[in-house]
Design a protein around this ligand. Structure first.
Ligand code: ATP
Length: 438
């Protein structure tokens, strides 16, 4: 339908970016599985629902981009579609929520990012050069291919930079030497695609990454982050993609090998201790966050930031626009750590430990657990495994059934009961009822 709308206006429409990459990956997987070669399977299985379209068209009113016009036309055709138009470049996102066959499909429609032409784009040279320019602005050759969707040459593959060959050879390759200087978050993207797809970063590209880092590009991220919100959003997004992926350990290791961890902050290094902290937090979260209440990626990022001096860690967290509770946690980390270190050794009874730790939520406890000495960590572990899951043996209704009048005294009665339950002095309902009567 989008292609038809574009054709009616004399425009060209292309499928671009990740969807094209994933289509070719699934082709490669299908072609190689018969030969017992499963190299492409991982990438092919990752076909995403996001579809990026680029429209290349002449538009009359300067403030009315072709992509937006096309998206509006599609919305009229399919009224259940939700349309959002963002930002300066007037890209539009269409989401299908109601169509069961399309299962919340996202379609981004952008206008080819080039100068606006004073004459119709029906001229094939202009078309070719504008889609080519649009693709040239992209990150890697494997993400810079397009498939034309409009007649008469629909189905034509546009691969100006050797993306298909790089897919076959499993290489992540940038399009030009300055790519990482222009946008340092591409370093994180290179690692993400390499690890996720099981590809190599092409040696020359790796050289560009190392050169960008050696030239202090990370310094630019840190100093310019406050001025360029788009850079913050991109860095945070990339960190999130990496830290929530199943392959995050390999990606972090690779970023560290490239010296790219310092893009978060120049003092940050993946020491053995930091590495151990990250893995421990990951294990504990997987064990204790059974109802998936915690954003694991965010807690892992907090572990990284906890390495920094207080003022730096808060500044980076603010620049990255982390949620307020993350920033608070990083702000109060030293005080909380000192409190636990001085207070927990005095907790002789389980109920005292429970009282001391109940105010902290799970992300705070796991973060503190990797910062405190071993004996304190053991107490946090004891709390999480044995004390936090303890259910009260009686509730308010049980107290009423025992003949007590509901009122303010219920709370301290139940708290006292929980304390003796935690301390093992009361083990079942009968003993609990006896305790209440006593
Ligand atoms: P995924 O499958 O992870 O969504 P994707 O390739 O679709 O992969 P997106 O982050 O959605 O990744 O980006 C869509 C496309 O936009 C990419 O394929 C790439 O062509 C381009 N792109 C995204 N980020 C950048 C960047 N920082 N620099 C240049 N091009 C980018």
């Amino acid at each position: 339908a989008a292609a038809k709308q574009a054709e009616e206006r004399g425009w060209q429409l292309y499928l671009v970016g990740g969807a094209v990459r994933d289509l070719f990956l699934s082709d490669l997987a299908a072609a190689t599985t018969d030969e017992g070669d499963d190299r492409f399977e991982e990438g092919a299985n990752l076909f995403m629902a996001d579809i990026d379209l680029v429209v290349d068209g002449f538009h009359r009113a300067a403030d009315h981009a072709a992509g937006v016009e096309l998206a509006r036309a599609l919305q009229q055709q399919y009224p259940s579609v939700r349309l959002q138009i963002h930002g300066r470049f007037q890209t539009s996102a269409l989401t299908w929520h109601n169509d069961p066959t399309l299962n919340s499909l996202w379609i981004d429609i952008a206008t080819a990012r080039t100068e606006f032409y004073p004459y119709p784009a029906a001229n094939p040279e202009v078309e070719a050069s504008s889609i080519r320019q649009d693709l040239y602005r992209r990150d890697f050759t494997i993400n810079a291919m397009a498939i034309r969707l409009t007649a008469p040459r629909s189905g034509e593959v546009l691969d100006f930079f050797g993306g298909l060959l790089d897919l076959q050879e499993q290489h992540v390759r940038v399009l030009h030497a300055n790519s990482f200087i222009e946008d340092p978050t591409r370093i994180y993207r290179a690692v993400r695609f390499a690890v996720r797809l099981g590809f190599e970063i092409d040696p020359q590209t790796e050289g560009y990454i190392r050169h960008a880092i050696a030239s202090g590009v990370y310094h630019r991220i840190q100093t310019e982050m406050a001025k360029f919100p788009a850079l913050q959003t991109r860095l945070k997004q990339e960190l999130r993609y990496i830290l929530e992926a199943p392959y995050w350990t390999r990606a972090i290791q690779r970023l560290s090998d490239l010296g790219a961890i310092c893009c978060i902050h120049s003092d940050l290094q993946l020491t053995d201790r930091l590495w151990w902290q990250l893995r421990l937090v990951d294990r504990w979260l997987r064990q204790f966050d059974t109802d998936h209440q915690v954003e694991h990626w965010l807690t892992l990022l907090e572990v990284l930031l906890a390495e920094l001096e207080k003022s730096d860690r808060v500044k980076v967290a603010e620049n990255l626009q982390l949620p307020a509770d993350s920033i608070d946690r990083l702000q109060n980390l030293d005080e909380m750590q000192q409190y636990l270190q001085s207070h927990l050794p005095k907790c002789d009874r389980p109920s005292q430990l429970y009282q001391a730790l109940i105010p902290y939520d799970l992300p705070t406890l796991v973060l503190l657990a990797v910062l405190v000495p071993r004996s304190i960590r053991r107490q946090i572990w004891q709390y999480l495994t044995r004390l936090a899951p303890v259910k009260p043996l009686l509730n308010g209704n049980d107290l009423k059934a025992l003949g007590y009048k509901p009122g303010r005294q219920f709370k301290p009665m139940l708290e006292a009961l929980l304390a003796v339950t935690l301390d093992g002095e009361v083990r079942d309902r009968t003993e609990a009822e006896q305790f209440i009567r006593d």
